[in-house]
Write a protein that binds this ligand. Structure first.
Ligand code: NAD
Length: 246
């Protein structure tokens, strides 16, 4: 039988990149997937590729929309909190707005979505929460990732706190910490630096394996953490970084 048979998954930021690959992988493993994103056209393309997926537009910063979706959907077994935003720069480049946006999208979103869906998860007797953080966090300091690293570190703390509070209630919460992963926003970040080839080389060089990871590789880890195969892990930091943090 398939690895996620009988499980209902809610994924945020599933329009592209890691979220999209994970939504497709959850679906292939037999889960009933609700793929959400702020970008409706991207969701429609995703559903064309995988008609078994359900889609819904969701801005993870819109508390009312989150609460509405939670009351419509009811029980969910797996929450995949994937929304995130990279602000480039040091503390000196980071305006109060950039700081706020980083925390809104990278931390508060996971708080709001989890708060909305956890009661039904608890009522059902358990579930798995998977939060996409980053090695740029409490795991390691990365140049020009000030607000990003601070907010992803907070997301790891959020994950561990939830894991500690609900470990006796069948709820698991884990953080995935990728290194550099191919995605549309990674391409934008490379292009934004000017010299494409040089910047790409620098991004590749962060991984001793000499390459950038694929969204599918992160999706495989997400499937494991969503499934009962990972029943003995909670509150853990799952690094997937091509050896960056060896
Ligand atoms: P991406 O950045 O290319 O795509 C992000 C998706 O989020 C888009 O589909 C976008 O429409 C959606 N989105 C943006 N704002 C939203 C909002 N308010 N509500 C809902 N959706 C919204 O994808 P990615 O690079 O794979 O990143 C996904 C996650 O993985 C992020 O949390 C990111 O921080 C994390 N991550 C990525 C890398 C990497 O190198 N790509 C490394 C470590 C961690």
């Amino acid at each position: 039988s398939k690895r996620l048979e009988g499980k209902k998954v809610l994924a945020t930021a599933a329009g592209q990149g890691i979220g999209r690959a994970a939504a497709l992988a959850f679906c292939r493993e037999g889960a009933e997937v609700l793929a959400t994103d702020i970008n409706e056209p991207m969701l429609q393309r995703l559903q064309q590729e995988e008609p078994r997926l359900r889609i819904a537009t969701l801005d993870v910063c819109d508390v009312q929309a989150i609460d509405r979706l939670a009351s419509e959907e009811g029980e969910i077994n797996v929450l995949f909190n994937c929304a995130g935003y990279v602000h480039h720069g040091t503390i000196l480049d980071c305006t109060a707005d950039a700081w706020r946006r980083s925390f809104d999208l990278n931390v508060t979103s996971a708080y709001q979505v989890t708060r909305a869906f956890l009661p039904a998860m608890l009522a059902r007797g358990g579930g798995s929460i998977v939060n996409v953080a980053s090695v740029a966090s409490s795991v390691t300091g990365v140049p020009n990732r000030f607000a990003y690293g601070a907010s992803k570190g907070a997301l790891i703390g959020l994950t561990k706190a939830i894991a500690a509070d609900f470990v006796g209630k069948g709820i698991r919460a884990n953080a995935i910490c990728p290194g550099t992963v191919q995605s549309p926003s990674l391409e934008e970040r490379i292009r934004a630096q000017g010299d494409y080839e040089e910047t790409r080389k620098a991004f590749v060089a962060r991984q001793p394996m000499g390459r950038i990871g694929t969204p599918e590789e992160v999706a495989s880890l997400a499937v494991y953490l969503a499934s009962d195969e990972s029943a003995f892990t909670t509150g853990a930091i799952h690094v997937i970084d091509g050896g960056w943090c060896i």
